[in-house]
Design a protein around this ligand. Structure first.
Ligand code: F6P
Length: 332
């Protein structure tokens, strides 16, 4: 068998660990492992060569963030930007299918988030076997307990919050810390709990500014500093907008804002992400060998599980309501 892997969408720590697991298991099972540079680019453009993922190609990459194949969130094969023609896109899916046949590829392993899983589903209907591997620091893909990159991003954000607490306490300040999470508050909620924050604002809950002010004002009585973690996709806006509205209502607070941004996407993956990525990289190859050629491979209650694409992309993952409930208990 000849299988091609790609890393689609935004990067996340642990992608190289997946590629390493994929390449090692493929070599052991006599499968030719190939990689497509920059998402689908290697499968769309004939002048972009596929990369052979043999032993030397994956040596030493386990602790490295990013992806040795490169990522691209402009590589939608169903609406690919036309080179040299600004703003123009073209459906290149037929070209991809043709190229897959010409290269003699038997299947694709698509490491990605929501977008990539949508493309995988469409390629299956075009007759291309695909196994998806879920990654996104946001953790907002259903059908798996965790996505690759989430744990590392949470640890990075928690470390930042610990540092911000030091300076917040020294100056008796209120900090608004914005973390990533365009549609989901998984990073915000986890890091708020892990970092001992006073409040978390997440897209999954309706929280108004008066409630934030009430909690902070009550909390401020016994505390020198406060931290509010804001998911970037919160309905009340980003950390700067929320901070401004809080200041208008409670001018007594000395407020600072810190937006963590893309630093959450980089760095060496944690133990949890390396182990998950290794399991999924190996598992993707083993599932293909066993003839399971359609679905997203994740973990459900800790167990490796292949779920249908439709399930993984149907409306995201339920919020961690238990964590929402205990945050105010822990933050008094
Ligand atoms: O990976 C998902 C995510 O981290 C979102 O939380 C964020 O909005 C987005 O990526 C930003 O990605 P980019 O700057 O690459 O478009």
């Amino acid at each position: 068998m000849k299988v091609c892997v790609l890393t689609g969408g935004g990067d996340a720590p642990g992608l190289n660990a997946v590629l390493r697991g994929f390449a090692k298991r493929a070599a052991q099972l006599d499968i030719e492992p190939w990689g497509s540079p920059n998402g689908f680019e290697g499968l769309v453009f004939p002048d972009v060569e596929l990369q052979r993922l043999d032993g030397p190609a994956v040596r030493g990459i386990l602790p490295r963030g990013g992806s040795i194949l490169g990522c691209s969130n402009k590589s939608n094969p169903f609406a690919m930007p036309v080179p040299g023609e600004k703003g123009k896109t073209r459906d290149e899916s037929a070209r991809v299918v043709e190229r897959i046949r010409a290269l003699g590829l038997d299947a694709l392993v698509l490491v990605g988030g929501d977008g990539t899983m949508h493309y995988a589903r469409r390629f299956i209907s075009l007759g291309v076997p695909c196994v998806g591997v879920p990654k996104t620091i946001d953790n907002d893909l259903a059908g798996t307990d965790r996505t690759i990159g989430f744990d590392t991003a949470c640890n990075t954000a928690m470390e930042a919050i610990d540092r911000l607490r030091d300076t917040a306490s020294s100056h008796e300040r209120l900090f608004f810390v914005e973390v990533m999470g365009r549609d989901a508050g998984f990073i915000a909620l986890r890091t708020a709990i892990a970092g001992g924050a006073e409040y978390a604002m997440v897209p999954e809950a309706h929280q108004d500014i008066d409630d934030v002010v009430r909690v902070l004002t009550q909390g401020a009585q016994g505390k020198g500093s406060s931290i509010v973690v804001v998911a970037e996709g919160d309905e009340q806006g980003g950390a700067f907008a929320i901070a401004q509205r809080v200041k208008e209502r409670a001018p007594q607070f000395d407020i600072r804002v810190s937006v963590l941004g893309h630093l959450q996407r980089g760095g060496s993956p944690t133990v949890a992400d390396r182990v998950l990525a290794g399991r999924l990289g190996v598992g993707a190859v083993e599932h293909l060998c066993a003839g399971h050629r359609h679905g997203v491979l994740g973990t459900v209650n800790g167990k490796l599980t292949l779920v249908p694409f439709a399930e993984a992309i149907a409306g995201g993952k339920p919020a961690e309501t238990e964590l929402l409930r205990i945050l105010p208990i822990l933050s008094v």
